[in-house]
Write a protein that binds this ligand. Structure first.
Ligand code: 2AM
Length: 220
């Protein structure tokens, strides 16, 4: 199954972001906007993961999450990968404490490797929420400039999520489990098979993920 670890920002913050981009949705024919229900901030991409790796991955993700305290972020500005002049992925950025979030992302990648996930080469983590993708380069410098001043209300990151991608004409994301930041993992003797997390369904419709064929390493 195709998996990644992500932040799922609160609805009020997504509302603000949706309001900011709404006036621009019709003006960029080269961009394919992701449906809002698919919006997330990827922390670690695991790709195809064999079923038998999942229990170990869950335990390690729980442990990694427990080692970080909640952090506060806000959506701020936009940009594009690989560049605003040749945009393929148009995104919204995050302002807040970069270091702990990067370390959390590194820990989640390490959790995957230790659990036996075949991960690609480590890449510099650039926190973002993908808003649109393009099949060909789109010069989005004007859009980036217009949205430069966008700054959302700060929100607290209190948990991480393990998400499964269901690819197809309409990509659907399903949250398999969520773990709070900063809560100690269960000690010896406690049941560890679920990793101390919480399962939740988050089915959603709509298209927007990189297809399996066209998948590239994360831009940037
Ligand atoms: P993106 O938002 O930067 O595009 C689910 O597929 C998430 O994992 C996407 O949001 C995407 O991040 C990220 N992703 C998809 N394919 C990837 C890859 N090959 N390498 C790294 N991240 C990837």
């Amino acid at each position: 199954m195709r998996l990644f670890a992500a932040l799922l920002p609160p609805p009020a913050s997504l509302d603000e972001l949706a309001g900011a981009i709404e006036p621009h949705l019709g003006g960029w024919p080269g961009l394919r906007w992701l449906p809002r229900e698919n919006w997330h901030v990827t922390l670690a991409f695991y790709g195809e993961v064999p079923e038998q790796v999942l229990p170990g991955l869950r335990v390690r993700l729980a442990r990694a999450a427990s080692r970080y305290e909640p952090m506060t972020f806000a959506f701020a500005g936009t940009g594009a990968f690989p560049s605003a002049r040749r945009g393929r992925v148009f995104w919204c950025g995050l302002s807040g404490p970069r270091d702990p979030l990067s370390r959390l992302a590194d820990s989640l990648a390490a959790a995957g490797r230790r659990a036996g996930v075949q991960m690609g080469e480590p890449k510099r983590f650039r926190p973002h929420l993908t808003l649109a993708r393009a099949r060909a380069d789109v010069d989005v410098r004007e859009l980036v400039a217009v949205l430069d001043a966008f700054a959302g209300t700060p929100w607290e990151v209190t948990e991480i999520h393990l998400v499964r991608s269901h690819l197809g004409a309409h990509v659907r994301y399903e949250t398999l489990e969520s773990w709070p930041l900063g809560r100690r993992a269960p000690g010896p003797g406690a049941r560890r098979d679920r990793g101390g997390g919480r399962s939740r369904e988050r089915g959603s419709g709509g298209s927007g993920e990189r297809g399996s064929g066209g998948s590239t390493a994360e831009g940037g």
